[in-house]
Design a protein around this ligand. Structure first.
Ligand code: GLA
Length: 677
C-alpha cells in the first residue's frame, strides 16, 4: 500500500513545502499577495484554520464559512494544497463565558482565565460537545474540497493545558483509575499507599495530585500524567473518528512535539495518525542545537515506524518564547530544513507563512517577515523552495537505521518525579549524550519505544531507562539472548510500571542480563567529578557496581580522585545468550562514551554512513530506484568525503569524493545505489 504521505506528496507535486497560514489576521487584499508570493517561493502546502474558531463560529449558534471558503478556493486556484486544521486548540471567548467551569485549573487551585489559547479542560463535556460539533461541521463542509489533502487535528495537544486539576478532571481521573486498577486494593498496592497513611477506602477519596504539604505519592503523580495524556488522546480520537466518518479518504495527522515536551505520550498519539508530523524549534542557548534537531527528527521517524514523516513546524529565524530569541545565522535554516529531509521528512513547513503585526507571536519569525521580500529570510525561503523542488526524486525513499535508541515518555515522567536520588539527573540529558555519540560517528539510529520490535537492529542503546515494565524488560532481554548488542545507561531498569523499586538489588529488571548488581546509587554533587582509569572524569552520577558474571571494561580510578566508588567498575560487559549487554553506571565524558558506543556498534556490525571528518553530518535515504547521500557541513571550512555519483543542489563530486563547502548541504545520487546506512 502506498504510504499516505507519499500520496500527499503526489497531490502537491513533490516535497511538501509551506507553513501555517493565518489569513484571518489580514485584509483580503493581502491574501492575493500571499498566494502570489507563495507561488514565487515554491509553497505547495499550507496549514489553514489552526486558530480560526472565533471566525468560523462567531456565536454558539452561527457558523460563518465565508473566510475559509474564499481562502480555500484561492489557494486551490493557485495550485496550493491545504492541511486543514480542526480549530479546537483555541476556543473563542463566547465558549468560556458560557462555560466558565470548562477552564483548566492549576495544581494550586487557580482557574485560568481566557485570553490565551488552549483554555479548556480536556475532560470537560462542554468542551467535547462544542469541539465535536465544530469538527463535524468542518468535515462535512470541506470533505469534497479539492484543496484539502490532509487533516490537521487540533494543534500540539496539551502544549498549555495538559495537566488540569479541576473537579471534572478529578472525577475523570477516578474513572480512569477504576478502569486501570479494577479495585482499590490493587491501586493501594500499586501506589504503596501504606506509606504516610495514604490507604484509600473509597474512590471518592482520591484527588489529582494537587498542591499539598510535602511530596506527592509518586504512583499517584505518575498515573495522573498517564491519565492526563490519555484524556487528550481521547479528544484526539474523538476528532479523528468524526473526520474519518464524515470525510473519509483524507489522511489525518496531528503535530506532535517530539522531544520538545514531555506532557503527552508521543508514541501513543503517533499510533493514532495516518502519517506522523512533528514540530521542532532550536533552543537558542544550546550551542549544538543541530544535534538536538537530528535527535528530534530520528524520533519522528521512530514514531512513524521508519516511514516518511512531515516536519509540520519549525522557524525561519528567531522564536519569541525563549529568554533570548536569537536569530538564525545565514544558511542555518537551510541546514535545518535539509537535515530534517535527510532524516526522512518528506515535507518541510514553518510556523508561520506571514509574520503577524499584532498578537502574542508578532516577534516570531515567519517565511515572509515584517520587512517583506527585501530581506535575508525571504531570500533563503525562496532558495529553499527551489532546493526542495530539485530534490523531488527523494520522495518516498527511506532512512534505514541499524541502531535503535530506546525512548519512552513513561520513563521520562517517572524519572523526573519528586524525591529522587538526584534532581540533576534529567532524562533528555542522558538521551542526548548517547545520541550525540552516534551522531558524531555518523551512525544513524531510530528512537523507538522499549516495547518495539528490536530484531531489525544490530545494536540497541538504552540511556537512563529508569522505568521498565515487565514486558519491556522481557523484550530487551530477549533481544540480547538472540544475539543482540544492548548498551544500557546509568539508573536504568530500576522501577516497575508503577514506580515501585524492583526487589533483590538494582537494577532489578536488568540485573541478570547485565550480569551485575548495584550495591548503591551514588549521585555526584554539581561540579563534582570522579576520575576514570586511563583519564577523563565522569560527572553527575556514579554507582557501586558489584560484577557477577560481567567483565569490567572501564573502572573508576583509585582513591582519592576516583569518586565515591574508587576502583569499582564504571563500564561493564556481559555475554548473555548469544548476545552482549553493556552497562555504563556513570555519566561518561564525551570521548569515553563515543568509544563505548563505537565498540557496541562495531560488535553488532552497525556501520557509520561515512567515515567523515568531525562536524560533517551524513545520512542516507534509499529506495528501490536509488540512494541519496545527504551531507551537512556544520563547520567553517570545506570538507570532503568519499562518494560516487551525481551531485545534486550544485554539489561537486570529483575523483570519488563529494565536496561540501563550509555551512553547506549537498546531496549525492549514488552510483551504485546503496541499501545500508
Ligand atoms: C508551536 C505552535 C504554534 C506557534 C509556535 C511558535 O509550535 O504550534 O502555533 O505558537 O509554537 O514557535
Amino acid at each position: 500500500m502506498t504510504d499516505p504521505l507519499t500520496l500527499l506528496n503526489d497531490r502537491v507535486g513533490g516535497i511538501a513545502y509551506g507553513g501555517d497560514y493565518n489569513p484571518e489576521q489580514w485584509p483580503r487584499e493581502v491574501w492575493r499577495e500571499d498566494v502570489r508570493l507563495m507561488r514565487a517561493a515554491g509553497v505547495n502546502l499550507v496549514t489553514l484554520g489552526v486558530f480560526s474558531w472565533s471566525r468560523i463560529q462567531p456565536r454558539p449558534d452561527t457558523y460563518d464559512w465565508s473566510l475559509l471558503d474564499e481562502v480555500l478556493d484561492l489557494v486551490h486556484r493557485n495550485g496550493i494544497g491545504v492541511d486543514l486544521a480542526t480549530p479546537t486548540a483555541a476556543p473563542p471567548p463566547w465558549f468560556t463565558r458560557a462555560h466558565p467551569q470548562a477552564r483548566p485549573v492549576t495544581s494550586g487551585g487557580t482557574r485560568l482565565s481566557h485570553g490565551s489559547r488552549q483554555v479548556f479542560c480536556p475532560s470537560h463535556p462542554a468542551y467535547a460537545e462544542a469541539a465535536d460539533a465544530l469538527v463535524e461541521a468542518l468535515a462535512i463542509r470541506y470533505r469534497a474540497h479539492p484543496a484539502v489533502v490532509l487533516w490537521h487535528v487540533h494543534n500540539e495537544w496539551g502544549n498549555h493545558n495538559a495537566l488540569c486539576y479541576c473537579d471534572t478532571s478529578a472525577a475523570a481521573f477516578r474513572d480512569w483509575l477504576r478502569a486501570r486498577h479494577g479495585s482499590l486494593d490493587v491501586l493501594n498496592e500499586a501506589w504503596g499507599t501504606d506509606f504516610w497513611s495514604q490507604r484509600y477506602g473509597d474512590w471518592e477519596e482520591i484527588d489529582p495530585p494537587r498542591d499539598t504539604t510535602a511530596f506527592h505519592n509518586p504512583g499517584q503523580d505518575l498515573d495522573f500524567r498517564r491519565f492526563s495524556s490519555d484524556a487528550l488522546l481521547a479528544r484526539h480520537r474523538a476528532e479523528s473518528r468524526i473526520l474519518r466518518r464524515f470525510a473519509p479518504g483524507i489522511p489525518l495527522t496531528t503535530n506532535l512535539m517530539g522531544t520538545l515536551e514531555k506532557k503527552v505520550d508521543g508514541h501513543a498519539f503517533a499510533a493514532e495518525c495516518d502519517l506522523v508530523s512533528v514540530d521542532h524549534y532550536l533552543t537558542a542557548a544550546d550551542p549544538e542545537g543541530h544535534v538536538g534537531l537530528a535527535l528530534n527528527a530520528d524520533l519522528a521517524r521512530g514514531m512513524a515506524g521508519g516511514r516518511p514523516w512531515l516536519l509540520m513546524e519549525h522557524s525561519t529565524s528567531a522564536v519569541n518564547w525563549q529568554p533570548v530569541n536569537v536569530a538564525k545565522k545565514p544558511d542555518e535554516t537551510r541546514r535545518n530544513s535539509l537535515t530534517h529531509l535527510a532524516r526522512g521528512a518528506d515535507g518541510v513547513l514553518f510556523f508561520q507563512w506571514r509574520q503577524s503585526r499584532a498578537g502574542a507571536e508578532k516577534w516570531h519569525s515567519a517565511m515572509l517577515p515584517h520587512g517583506g521580500t527585501d530581506s535575508r529570510v525571504w531570500k533563503e525561503v525562496s532558495r529553499l523552495g527551489a532546493d526542495l523542488a530539485d530534490l523531488t526524486e527523494v520522495v518516498g525513499t527511506r532512512v534505514v537505521s541499524e541502531v535503535a535508541v530506546l525512548f519512552d515518555w513513561q520513563t521520562w515522567w517517572a524519572l523526573e518525579l519528586e524525591a529522587r536520588p538526584s534532581g540533576e539527573v534529567r532524562y533528555l540529558e542522558a538521551v542526548r549524550d548517547w545520541y550525540e555519540a552516534l551522531w558524531s560517528l555518523n551512525i544513524t539510529c531510530d528512537l523507538v519505544p522499549p516495547g518495539a520490535d528490536l530484531t531489525p537492529y544490530r545494536a540497541v542503546l538504552a540511556p537512563n531507562l529508569y522505568l521498565l515494565s515487565d514486558e519491556d524488560a522481557k523484550n530487551v532481554t530477549r533481544y540480547v539472548e538472540r544475539g543482540g548488542q544492548l548498551a544500557v545507561g546509568y539508573f536504568s531498569g530500576v522501577v516497575d510500571h508503577h514506580d515501585r523499586v524492583r526487589p533483590g538489588g538494582h537494577p532489578g529488571a536488568l540485573r541478570d542480563v547485565l550480569g551485575l548488581r548495584v550495591d548503591e546509587y551514588l549521585p555526584l554533587r554539581a561540579g563534582e567529578a570522579a576520575r576514570l582509569d586511563g583519564g577523563g572524569h565522569a560527572v553527575r552520577w556514579a554507582e557501586r557496581i558489584e560484577p557477577r558474571e560481567c567483565e569490567t571494561v572501564l573502572s573508576f580510578a583509585d582513591a582519592p580522585d576516583g569518586g565515591p566508588a574508587p576502583g569499582a567498575p564504571a563500564v561493564t560487559r556481559n555475554r548473555y545468550g548469544r548476545g552482549t549487554a553493556w552497562y555504563a553506571g556513570t555519566r561518561l565524558p564525551r570521548e569515553k562514551l563515543r568509544d563505548l558506543v563505537r565498540s557496541v556498534c562495531e560488535q553488532g556490525g552497525a556501520a557509520p554512513v561515512v567515515d567523515g571528518p568531525p562536524g560533517l553530518e551524513a545520512v542516507r535515504r534509499s529506495g528501490p530506484d536509488g540512494s541519496y547521500l545527504f551531507l551537512v557541513n556544520h563547520t567553517d571550512s570545506t570538507r570532503s568525503v568519499p562518494a560516487d555519483g551525481t551531485g545534486l543542489l550544485g554539489a561537486t563530486v570529483r575523483d570519488g569524493r563529494a565536496v561540501v563547502p563550509a555551512g553547506a548541504v549537498v546531496v549525492v545520487r549514488e552510483h551504485p545505489a546503496k541499501r545500508r546506512p
